[in-house]
Design a protein around this ligand. Structure first.
Ligand code: BG6
Length: 494
């Protein structure tokens, strides 16, 4: 059970509060895991009363909570929620906040523990943190704590990430800084370590001797929705690969940590980040494909091209799809390619990691080894969370025909209950002081170092590699298929 505290959300009138943060806190309360002494203060610029804010959140919980809305529970829950109106730049607003938090500590017994959630654009971080420090809110009283949660994007390249980190760490210690990567809060992502290190049958095979290659895919049927301006300045590589997909790659590739403390786990992940093979512009041209969706159809519905989306440059060169071949240069992964792809407006939504093992020798069942397919272990992050293993079996009958079959584990059926949302787990962990599932400064900076080389090859190169169009509703540009075909491999059909 986490300790009593007050959660202060900066940017409380933004989408994240309504769609994720408050529904997550509500679901934690519904599961009986929220400390009785917990208050939430929404800090934002719009004029609103506590009552009005609660009413809006009630509707949001009805819409977005995985457990729906229970009127009785909501009544006791909403009593903890308050609204604090202020400009982010107004020091006086922070002084009033400090007083209000003191009062809440007295009235609600929140014990001086504070969790500040920065759900604002990174350009606002500096100003907010500086003012928190000016009124002393970054320092907790003896026996209490003050922590900060920072939302992505955490920088747009290495220099900007370093300076953001500096801004945050000037005010909060690294051990009190929680950088959210919501993929780490997903149940199946957490299960990767359990699968690997709580079973004895996988780990002996988990290396270059037995694994042919690994594929990591995050596919989304959605387009950029209303986020044109953000996405224009980001693109798929920065939006998804730098953070979510490299985090998944680290969990798959890392060595076993000595224990499960936050630093032991993150030490191992950062070693993987450091082992990522740096790409030259030639490597980028050869091993990275960037695509952009053209008009097409998803589930029978016509959809616009990326360039025709709201507030997107009609000549935009921003990528909505990336496929790349990555190498982790260490003993375990020598010569094992990791193929990573991510895209918007693909036919189906789903995130998965597929570990493809080397083929069995073909001497017995087929002289042509390729006819007997490889074993593939698939970790489905979402939807339909689970793990499946493809093995070869004999088809019943007089003749000896070998065919692939699947051994399947589904969270839903095995555990009989829905997995909590990523934000539930992450908020609980931050309230409990467990930073294992949050990105550490060196991980984030190391990931930018790798990504920057690709961005530079694309944008600072007199002859940048082409931006390949793909129709919305297809599995990406043909160049992405060619990336694997030339290695004698193919993307898995999802
Ligand atoms: C976000 C990206 O971090 O992750 C979005 O900014 C993306 O572009 C989203 O759609 C995907 O998250 P999920 O949990 O829906 O897979």
């Amino acid at each position: 059970m986490p300790q009593p505290c007050t959660v202060v959300i900066f940017g409380a009138s933004g989408d994240l509060t309504y769609r994720k943060l408050i529904p997550a806190l509500y679901n934690i309360a519904a599961d009986g895991d929220l400390p009785a002494a917990l208050s939430v203060v929404g800090f934002a610029r719009r004029e609103k009363t506590d009552e009005g804010f609660r009413q809006e959140l009630r509707e949001a919980v009805g819409k977005f909570s995985r457990q729906g809305l229970n009127a009785e529970l909501w009544e006791s829950f909403e009593d903890r929620i308050f609204y604090h109106r202020s400009e982010f730049s107004d020091l006086e607003g922070y002084q009033r906040l400090a007083e209000r938090l003191e009062e809440l500590d007295q009235d609600r017994n929140t014990q001086g523990n504070r969790l500040f959630y920065l759900s604002v654009a990174p350009s606002e971080f500096g100003g907010i943190l500086e003012k928190l420090a000016a009124v002393g809110l970054n320092k907790a009283k003896e026996g209490s704590w003050a922590r900060v949660i920072v939302e992505k994007p955490f920088g747009t390249d290495l220099p900007s990430a370093e300076s953001l980190n500096q801004v945050v760490n000037d005010v909060f210690r690294e051990k009190d800084t929680y950088r959210i990567d919501h993929y780490l809060g997903k149940e199946t992502a957490q299960n990767i370590m359990v699968l690997r290190f709580a079973n004895s049958i996988f780990e002996p095979l988990w290396n270059h001797r037995y694994i042919d290659h690994i594929q990591i895919t995050a596919a989304e049927p959605l387009g950029v929705e209303a986020r044109g301006p953000y996405y224009e300045s980001s693109g798929a590589l920065r939006d998804m690969v730098q953070n979510h997909l490299l985090q998944l790659l680290c969990l798959v590739a890392m060595e076993p940590p000595t224990d499960l403390t936050a630093d032991s786990v993150r030490d191992e992940k950062v070693k993987v980040v450091r082992a990522l093979r740096a790409m030259t512009p030639e490597d980028v041209a050869h091993d990275v494909v960037r695509g952009q969706y053209a008009a097409g159809s998803i589930n029978g519905k016509e959809v616009l091209a990326y360039r025709a989306e709201d507030r997107v440059d009609p000549q935009s060169m921003t990528e909505t799809y990336v496929a790349l071949k990555v190498h982790v240069d260490n003993w375990r992964w020598a010569d094992v390619p990791f193929y990573v792809r991510v895209g918007k407006r693909l036919p189906k939504g789903g995130t998965e990691i597929a570990i493809q093992f080397k083929n069995a020798p073909g001497v017995l069942f087929n002289k042509d080894t390729s006819a007997v397919g490889p074993n593939v272990l698939v970790i489905r992050i979402q939807p339909d969370e689970g793990i499946s293993l493809r093995i070869q079996a004999k088809r019943p009958g007089a003749s000896l025909r070998v065919e692939p079959v699947k051994m399947d584990f589904h969270y839903g059926t095995s555990f009989g209950k829905a997995s909590p949302e990523a934000y539930e787990r992450l908020l609980l962990d931050a309230m409990s002081g467990d930073a294992t599932l949050f990105a550490r400064r060196d991980e984030v900076e190391g990931a930018w170092k790798f990504i920057d080389l690709i961005e530079q090859a694309w944008h600072q190169n007199p002859k940048p590699p082409a931006l390949c169009p793909y129709p919305a509703g297809s599995w990406g540009p043909p160049e992405a298929d060619a990336l694997l075909e030339r290695d004698g491999r193919a993307w898995r059909r999802m």
